[in-house]
Design a protein around this ligand. Structure first.
Ligand code: CA2
Length: 156
């Protein structure tokens, strides 16, 4: 009999505005790894964790809201770097709270070492947790934490 604790998890990875420029602009702040490379790393990690990731990037708030709604019934967890919308978007927070899918928030840079306007996240209070400041590694740590959380839920 298959162990439900090890069933394949489906996870949505959402990248917000400007993250499509990763690796091509401002390497001093955001590193030289491209978004495609991050997605590939996550796909490899997910495979080892018995999970599958579906990555999407958008520069448009409404498209990100739609992607979160469409996750209902499709994905068990969400890993999100909402980019600048982290600090501005009540709509994204409401969408995540509305679907109630366990969510981990990640950031490449340490948002608390940066300008004061980046210190507040609308998403953090409704997320399981937040990982910030480890570059591309933040996503990998976030994925691991999300899967760990979901497996824990599975066993009760
Ligand atoms: O550190 C992060 O991951 C951020 O979410 C990145 C956002 C920023 O607004 C948040 O405060 C922190 C910005 C993403 C912009 O990405 C770029 C990548 C290369 C070149 C220009 C922008």
């Amino acid at each position: 009999m298959s162990n439900p604790n090890w069933s394949l998890l489906s996870l949505l990875v959402l990248h917000g505005p400007n993250l499509n420029l990763l690796g091509r602009r401002e390497p001093g702040i955001y590193g030289s790894v491209t978004l495609d490379e991050i997605n590939q790393l996550l796909e490899q990690d997910a495979q080892k964790l018995q999970a599958k990731v579906f990555a999407r990037q958008s520069n448009h708030e409404g498209i990100l809201v739609d992607a979160i709604h469409e996750a209902l019934g499709q994905h068990q967890g969400i890993l999100i770097n909402a980019g600048a919308y982290t600090h501005t978007s009540v709509a994204l927070r409401d969408a995540l709270a509305g679907v109630a899918i366990p969510t981990v928030e990640v950031h490449l840079s340490n948002i608390y070492q940066r300008e004061a306007f980046r210190h507040h996240s609308y998403i953090a209070p409704i997320a399981i947790g937040q990982i910030s400041g480890f570059g591309a590694e933040s996503y990998r740590l976030g994925l691991q934490a999300l899967v760990h959380h979901l497996r824990k839920l599975d066993t009760g």
